[in-house]
Design a protein around this ligand. Sequence first.
Ligand code: GDP
Length: 177
Amino acid sequence: LENHEDKIDYVFKVVVIGDSAVGKTQLLSRFTKNEFCLDSKSTIGVEFQTRTVTIKGKVVKAQIWDTAGQERYRAVTSAYYRGALGAMIVYDITKRPTFDHVARWVEELRAHADNSIVITLIGNKADLMDQRAVSTEDAVEFAEDQGLFFFETSALSGENVEKAFLRLLEEIYGVIS
Ligand code: GDP
């Protein structure tokens, strides 16, 4: 049940953050358009994409924001976080440093976003199992410690992408209703 543009009950702003090249843009495109672009990027400036879903009988428009490359210049501003009800912190399971930086992204959220923001940790590129550099156990432990939801996803295959976004939106609904 989608496309009830005429009667939106809620708009949920969700921000997607994490190091450069972890797959943020592709996750967004997988969830909002069910697409994966083999040669994306270069276009800086698209701010958000939307998808409308039904949660507990309510029509919810998810407005999902992409950093559009700002993270490369450490220029993610507080305006980006303003009004965000949910956040996804993404790392790449094949690149250990992107996981080591997650703590910094959590701090960034705690500093700039609302206290009640719902945070999901995403280990992306789960299709690249043979290049894994971050164990599921390490990520689960970190997520539990910080009170984050956690999913391993693949924007390429689509694995768990829908599940992760819907879970986040349901949790936000639980917080605001
Ligand atoms: P961003 O900088 O975090 O927005 O990352 P992008 O979405 O631009 O993705 C960076 C690179 O990783 C691109 O070459 C993507 O094609 C690739 N990529 C993104 N998600 C996946 C995934 O789930 N699996 C694989 N194998 N590659 C991915």
